[in-house]
Design a protein around this ligand. Structure first.
Ligand code: SAH
Length: 252
């Protein structure tokens, strides 16, 4: 998969993604990340790409020309018009499901704003998707772009060592992942749950699903309405909810 990032800080993107798992995938040619410097498309000899907002107000706004020219350089190079994601606090909140959808693309263009944002006309011309990484405001779209690229990348076949590890984890079936343990068997008087040492795969699977359900109920009950549960698991959840309600009424 190929990522094309339009940014004023290309080094930040390259430094951030050329390490660890994404770095290895880039080296192996499974991923490519090119960071296009919007400043290279400045339309004046001072290489200025921002200006004061019409109508007044604080801060500077990125001008439309350099942004559209940077985008054009990508479409000309790859010979097609990819989806263009603008990282913005005004976008749809990024989810695992969105990552799965984006991971199907061969090319993805990601636009990072800075300062107060980008002239609306450039956004109207080129952006296909508006995505936010959360309800808070950052100084630029570079960190959000890296968050999104990291998340999408681990869904691209071959990026993780075993594809199974991306399959059964948090948000799969709209559940959080079960707790994980590794050696030693006893750590500071705390033992690994017995069932995990039995080698009985079916019991382990049942235990893990139950822990996932418990944990999701405890930490992210909002996810449960769309969780994919079989009949037994639904019963298990109902029982947990019943117990929780009982505890709460006792407290009152
Ligand atoms: N004035 C804008 C915010 C500008 S923040 C507003 O109120 O909407 C500067 C840039 O940082 C934005 O253009 C965007 O690319 C990026 N950014 C900031 N917060 C973000 C978030 N939560 N998710 C994605 N991108 C964000």
């Amino acid at each position: 998969m190929r990522f094309h990032v339009l940014t004023l800080f290309p080094q930040m993107i390259l430094d951030g993604l050329n390490t660890s798992i994404t770095g290895r995938a880039i080296q192996n040619g499974i991923l490519s990340v090119d960071a296009v410097n919007i400043r290279d498309f400045a339309e004046n000899k001072y290489m200025k790409v921002d200006d004061y907002p019409y109508g007044g107000g604080a801060g500077l706004v990125m001008q439309p020309g350099p942004v559209c020219s940077a985008y054009k350089s990508v479409t000309e190079r790859i010979g097609k018009k990819p989806r263009v994601v603008y990282m913005t606090p005004q976008g749809y909140p990024f989810t695992q499901q969105m990552a799965q959808e984006f991971a199907q693309e061969e090319d993805l263009c990601i636009l990072c704003g800075h300062y107060e944002g980008i002239d609306e006309r450039a956004l109207e011309k080129i952006v296909t998707d508006n995505v936010s990484i959360g309800d808070y405001v950052l100084t630029g779209g570079e960190l959000p772009a890296m968050v999104m690229i990291d998340c999408i990348s681990r869904l691209v076949p071959g990026v993780l060592n075993n594809d199974v590890s991306a399959e059964f984890e948090s948000f799969h079936d709209n559940l959080l992942e079960y707790p994980q343990y590794t050696r030693p068997v006893v750590f500071m008087d705390k033992a690994v749950p017995d069932v995990l040492l039995t080698g009985h795969h079916k019991n382990i699977e049942t235990w893990r699903r139950q822990k996932s359900i418990e944990r999701t109920l405890e930490r992210r009950p909002d996810l449960l309405k769309d969780a994919v549960l079989d009949k037994k698991e639904k019963k298990y959840l109902e029982e947990l909810i019943r117990q929780k309600e009982e505890k709460e009424t006792k407290k009152l």
